[in-house]
Design a protein around this ligand. Sequence first.
Ligand SMILES: Cc1ncc(COP(=O)(O)O)c(C=O)c1O
Length: 338
Amino acid sequence: MIHTDITECIGNTPVVSLNDELVPLGKKLYLKLDYFNPNFSIKDRTALGLVKAAMAEGKIRPGSILIESTSGNLGKSLAMLGAVYGFKVIIVVDPKVSASLLKWYQAYGAEVDMVTTPAPEGGFQRARLNRVRQLLDKYPGAFWSNQYDNPSNPAYHAETTAREIADLPVDSIVGAVSTGGHLCGIGKYVKKHKPHLHVVACDVAGSAVFGQPFAPYLINGVGLSWRSANTDTSVLDAVSISSDQEAISVCRLLARDHGILMGGSGGLTVFTALAWLQHSDASSALAIIPDAGTNYLDQIYDDEWLTAKEIKLLGRGELEERLEHKAFTNLLKQETLT
Ligand SMILES: Cc1ncc(COP(=O)(O)O)c(C=O)c1O
C-alpha cells in the first residue's frame, strides 16, 4: 500500500503476546506496541488528533504558530506535523529532556524553548506551562494545542485507538496516565460499546494524578504534578501506583529476555498488567506500550545512570514478590481492591 504522506503511517500498531513465566498460568498478556508509530510513540496519534481538530476549526493553517509544553514525545510528533502541514512549532521543554530529543525537534524545523527553573509548586511541568502562557502573549494568534485540557486529545483516541483495540480477545485494558488522553479516550469508547472490558490505569510513585503528594520521579512521559481535565476517572475501573524501580526492572527484563525495548512507562504498564492478572478475575489483558526504549538508552538502559540514580534492578524473584503485594484502588468507590 502506498501512503499519501507520513501521517497515514500513524496507528494500526502491532499486538504481541508476552510469553513469560510472570504471566499467571492460564492467563494471557498482550502488548500493543505503540512504538511502531513514525516517531516511535503513541503521541503521534495524540498530535494528529490535536492538529486535525485545530485545522478543521481554522485554528491553525500553513504559516501559523503552534506552541506546546512536552517532556519529549509529543514535541517530536507535533514537530513532524508542522513539517508536513507547513506551520511553525515551538516546543517548551525542561532540562529532563535528552539532547537527542532536542536534535529530533530541530530536524523537523521546530524551535525549542527551555525552562531552567522548576515552579515552586508543580515542578518543571508547571514551569513549562507558565512559559507557554508567556509565549502566547508574545505571539498573538498562536495556537496552544494544550494536550492536558483539549478534549480533542481523548476524542481522537476514542475514535481511532479504541477501535483498534475493542475487538481484541481481552477482558482488560491497562495503560499509563499523564494527560489521561489515550487511556481515558479508550475508556470512553469501551464503556459505551464494550462495557464488559475493564480499564485499568497505572501511575508512577511521585505523580499527583491520583491524589498522592507530588515528588520527583525518574521515568518519562507518565504522571503529572496535577490532574489534567483529560483524566476522566469515570471511565477507569481501577488504578495502581508503582515505583521507578519496578518499571525499570520490567523494561530491562523484557529487553533481555524477549527483545522488546520499551520506555519506562511501558515497563510500568506491563508490571501493572501482570499484577492485575494475578489479583483480579481477568483472564487476559492488553497493555498499551506508549514508547520505545531507544529514547532512554543513556538512562534506564545504562547501568551507570541507574547506579547514579540509586536504582537497583529487581530480579525475577523480587518482581514476583512485588507483584504478589500489589494493590489496586477502585476509583469509583475509592476502596482498595486487593
Ligand atoms: C512515554 C509516555 N508514556 C505515557 C504517556 C501518557 O499518555 P497520556 O498523556 O495520553 O496520558 C505519555 C504521554 O506523554 C508518554 O510520552
